[in-house]
Design a protein around this ligand. Sequence first.
Ligand SMILES: Cc1cc2nc3c(=O)[nH]c(=O)nc-3n(C[C@H](O)[C@H](O)[C@H](O)COP(=O)(O)OP(=O)(O)OC[C@H]3O[C@@H](n4cnc5c(N)ncnc54)[C@H](O)[C@@H]3O)c2cc1C
Length: 377
Amino acid sequence: MDFGLDETSRLVRETAEAFSKRRLAPIAKSIDEDGAIPGEVLKELADLGLMGVNVPEEYGGAAAGVLAYSQAMMQIAGGCASTAVTMAVTNMVGEVIAAFGTDAQKARTIPRLTSGETLGAFALSEVDAGSDPGGMRTTAVRDGDEWVLNGTKQWISHADGSEVMIVWARTGDTSSKGLSCFLLEGRPPGLSIPGHEDKMGLRGSHTCSLVFEDMRLPSDALFGELGGGFKIAMMALDGGRIGIASQSIGIGRAAQAAAVAYSKDRKQFGEAIAAFQAIQWMIADNETDLAAAEVLVGRAAWLKEKGERFSQEASMAKVYATEAAWRVCNRAVQVHGGYGYTREFAVERHLRDVRVTQIYEGTSEVQRIVISRALLK
Ligand SMILES: Cc1cc2nc3c(=O)[nH]c(=O)nc-3n(C[C@H](O)[C@H](O)[C@H](O)COP(=O)(O)OP(=O)(O)OC[C@H]3O[C@@H](n4cnc5c(N)ncnc54)[C@H](O)[C@@H]3O)c2cc1C
């Protein structure tokens, strides 16, 4: 196993790191408070190639690979976790369209994502179908040359800023083969986006519901094969989990940097708290957690890059990295004492932001199901 970074990956990481430090970190607090990411920031991210890191060049992507994407995600998440999830979902949608779309679908939609013209959204979950997307109720029925969709999607990241969405709907029986995918472009009649959730963290990223009331899509909106939606969702989520694991590491690294700096500065009992073994051990445990997470994520990314099976490894990376990053952020608050519990210090935001990484793109429990199934089948 050798997932040392090549020249391209190093360049992508350095680009993301510089942008994160210069452009994102200084405004992350206001993004959290205002509940929105400035549009020009997302456009600049696209101009740097970060909205299509692992997307073919012919569609405006950087074609830099999975390791480069993972590294870029860590850097962006360290600056602003809300921006990172927006980048994660847009990259995932671009990759999925590149893998499963027709030539016409790819040419029509991916350049809009990689150029920053619009965001990509991934509309799988519903009110009663989260961990179990097979339970979804949204339907798509063929009517002449069109598809008619009815139903409601829940928890769809930045759907209000997206004109290229992948939507799942039932086209057949209640088995997994009864699900299909559709490309939802623009704002067709029958689509409404009523609002977004009031969340604990990632407050700059709007998490929306989508309502379809006799929403008509053209026949070529069918994405992939009829009845092939479940397979596309599972493959997309395998890759997406590497992105979310990387996001959690980025947030954890930012919290650890803050904890190290604060421990050297803060004095109690006449000396810096960094002199106390209790603090030293928290810093050591944080570094060990993060390093282990980086190895697991690097392995999953490396396997995906080589075109090998990586589903189990992506789940192991996600469950470990997201839970490790939560421990890291929690300890970073502890190192800050009471100040860590205030909005004045970034570790408070990091702890809120990192929490959801154990929930979306498959909860920790779902990752453990994927891992144990692979071992016990
Ligand atoms: C901020 C945010 C952004 C999101 N963005 C998107 C998005 O862009 N697109 C999208 O489609 N979805 C998105 N989601 C949805 C997310 O993927 C779901 O919330 C997640 O899959 C869990 O589903 P649920 O919330 O319905 O929880 P449930 O499935 O109801 O789970 C509740 C609890 O039961 C556990 N559980 C469920 N089934 C089992 C089982 N078989 N064994 C053991 N435990 C089980 C879960 O692990 C969890 O602890 C987002 C969610 C959030 C919070």
